[in-house]
Design a binder for this molecule. Structure first.
Ligand SMILES: *Cc1c(COP(=O)(O)O)cnc(C)c1O
Length: 371
């Protein structure tokens, strides 16, 4: 046990031969980037997989989100959550918008829909909720509130690729949803991202924003950025997509081992499956209540590390606590998020994780309680 090092995640890869076969054509065409044939093939494959009509590929998830917010031409305030990765809040702030933080609910750690309304002002233009760990937000309530107040809804769906609710993929909710295909995600294109969107006209705006605002060879219509997905990334996506369902099944097997071992441990909260949601098992968080469990989150994190097991305090700190935002936000306004951030730990979870190792991790955690 001491010898091994178990990381919190391990990137999925197709076989070397399969990937090489897929990129071979590039040596004939010399078409490396700028919306080549693999880019188109990947876009089509994603639309089919997610059962949607509109998608735009990006070089990473963050720029996809940043440019999507820009494309909606938002102003003023945006209601969002601090229980997320740096990207969400940064994307809002880098668009000169003011994030207004809504607390999360203690059950699935997504935005608490009962606390959104009270944050809406005459400056509010959008809601940017985050699906976390493979859990979905209450997409129905959020849409209701948005419709009533004329707000856009842009999901950070980085954790929710291939998550389904009542037969619809996570890509079909809100005005747009951003996916990250970063190496550490359930599905990767090395680095990469995509935006699924409702209004087909939006595609052209996004296309320009990710390609310098260029309209045609002699016309630059907007102050765009550069965020194109290249052919090597698209090839990785096409290859990995074939194995996605199988990878998710393997993840589920590990999740079941964790559930069976940890559900009854007093002082540990694990995620309950959401009603009508088919998860992708992106992460396995446990929430450690020190008073009942006897040890705090940092202790468990350190102890596991001594056994070569690397867990992650994810999400900690909250984005409204970051030093770059010091004194900008009042952390005490999101007390549930604050509490969970101090107690949460995500355990190793990836398709190739051995069942035996998952059992061992559970054994180590249970032993800490009994010490
Ligand atoms: C990974 C992630 C992002 C950023 O995606 P990149 O592809 O790494 O740029 C944004 N939001 C959340 C919640 C993420 O987990």
């Amino acid at each position: 046990m001491k010898e091994q090092k178990i990381q919190v995640t391990q990137s999925s890869l197709p076989s070397f031969e399969e990937y090489v076969e897929k990129i071979k054509g590039i040596w004939n065409s010399h078409w490396l980037t700028n919306m080549g044939p693999l880019h188109s093939e990947f876009e089509e494959a994603l639309k089919e997989k997610l059962k949607i009509d509109n998608i735009s590929l990006f070089t990473n998830g963050h720029l996809a989100l940043e440019l999507t917010l820009q494309a909606f031409d938002l102003t003023g305030e945006v209601i969002t959550t601090p229980f997320t990765f740096a990207s969400t809040t940064h994307a809002i702030v880098r668009n000169d918008l003011t994030p207004v933080f809504c607390d999360i609910n203690p059950k699935d750690f997504t935005m608490d829909v009962n606390k959104i309304k009270q944050l809406i002002t005459d400056k509010t233009t959008a809601i940017v909720p985050v699906h976390v760990y493979g859990n979905l937000c209450d997409v129905e309530r959020i849409q209701e509130i948005a419709d009533k107040h004329g707000l856009k809804v842009i999901y950070d769906a980085a954790h929710a690729f291939n998550v389904w609710y009542k037969g619809k993929s996570s890509a079909s909710f809100g005005d747009a949803s951003m996916f990250s295909f970063h190496a550490t995600k359930v599905f990767n294109t090395i680095e990469g991202g995509a935006v699924a969107f409702k209004n087909p006209k939006f595609g052209e705006i996004l296309y320009r924003l990710k390609n310098f605002g260029i309209k045609d060879a002699e016309h630059v219509a907007g102050v765009g950025s550069n965020a194109k997905m290249n052919e090597f990334q698209a090839a990785m996506g096409i290859c990995n997509l074939k194995y996605l369902d199988n990878e998710i099944m393997k993840r589920k097997r590990i999740v079941e081992i964790y559930n069976n071992n940890l559900a009854l441990v007093k002082g540990l909260q694990i995620l309950s499956p959401q009603k009508d949601v088919k998860s992708n098992y992106a992460y396995y968080p446990i929430v450690i209540n020190e008073t009942i469990f006897g040890k705090d989150r940092n202790y468990v994190h350190r102890q596991l590390q001594e056994h070569g097991i690397f867990t992650r305090k994810y999400f900690y700190p909250l984005t409204n606590e970051y030093e770059c935002y010091a004194n900008n936000f009042e952390v005490q306004k999101t007390p549930v998020a604050q509490k969970i951030a101090n107690q949460v730990l995500t355990l190793p979870l990836y398709a190739e994780l051995e069942e035996k190792v998952a059992e061992e991790i559970c054994g180590l955690i249970k032993a800490m309680k009994e010490e």
